[in-house]
Ligand binder design. Structure first.
Ligand SMILES: C[S@@+](CC[C@H](N)C(=O)[O-])C[C@H]1O[C@@H](n2cnc3c(N)ncnc32)[C@H](O)[C@@H]1O
Length: 231
């Protein structure tokens, strides 16, 4: 797979497990120890489907006291993201080239400050919808890994997908809805949430946003009990 800057050393920013990662979904998943992974004890935020890494680089630059892990299944984009991080001398972000389903099991309980999912692929065809990254399995993983009060940030340009997400989240006692941020006017070409956000805002397409905070319950068992008693 080609890279735009093969001269750059991206080895500290790119995590590239054996390929194809989809074969590794059911393999045992050793937990990630965040302080050793990032070399510091700062809180960690996760982005699912980072694309070319605009959010990851901007967020890491704006919050040097936090660490960022992006997960991107398309190897070419993961490498471009790593190059972006290296070029900008960003030390508090890394990109994992792989399927989010292989990474979530490695993340320990209540260890994330935030999860970001921006413009997930809609998979329009009915028979492909099961490939959507936002599903009950992901919600369960986010509920397990977000610390109490930690936030799930979402944006999509697809109203039908957005409605499905809202329906999935609506009765879930593990989350409380929070106001979604209203973006200001961009000051330059990189002053956007993500690459897709830039494209869609320039095209004038509607963007649907949502935020949810992990409720401050004490254990997963307690949450599961309260959820099942509602059903
Ligand atoms: C529509 S793009 C949005 C990229 C970026 N978030 C943005 O807004 O510019 C969706 C991204 O999710 C990635 N993706 C899809 N399924 C994934 C999965 N299971 N695990 C990790 N990344 C995934 C795709 O390769 C693609 O780069």
């Amino acid at each position: 797979m080609s890279r735009s800057r093969p001269d750059l050393d991206i080895s500290r920013h790119l995590i590239e497990p054996a390929w194809p990662t989809t074969l590794a979904i059911d393999e045992p998943a050793p937990p990630i120890d965040w302080p050793s992974f990032f070399g510091n004890p700062n809180p960690v935020e996760l982005e699912v489907g980072s694309g070319k890494g605009l959010f990851l680089a901007n967020a890491a630059r704006d919050h040097p006291d936090r660490n960022y892990l992006g997960v991107e299944i398309t190897k070419k984009y993961a490498r471009l993201t790593a190059e972006r991080l290296v070029k900008q001398k960003i030390e508090n972000a890394k990109i994992w080239a792989g399927d989010i389903r292989t990474v979530m099991p490695r993340i320990t309980d209540f260890s994330l400050l935030a999860v970001h999912i921006y413009f997930p692929d809609p998979w329009w065809k009915k028979r492909h919808k099961k490939r959507r990254v936002f599903n009950e399995e992901l919600v369960a993983s986010v509920a397990r890994t977000l610390e109490p009060g930690g936030e799930l940030h979402l944006a999509s340009d697809v109203e039908e997908y957005y409605k499905m997400i809202r329906e999935l989240m609506a009765d879930d006692r593990r989350f409380e809805e929070r106001p979604a941020p209203v973006p200001g006017s961009p000051e330059h070409d990189l002053d956007y949430l993500t690459n897709f956000e830039r494209k869609y805002r320039i095209e004038g397409r509607p963007i649907y946003r949502a935020n949810y905070a992990r409720t401050r319950a004490v254990t997963i068992t307690e949450i599961d009990a309260s959820t099942s008693s509602i059903a």
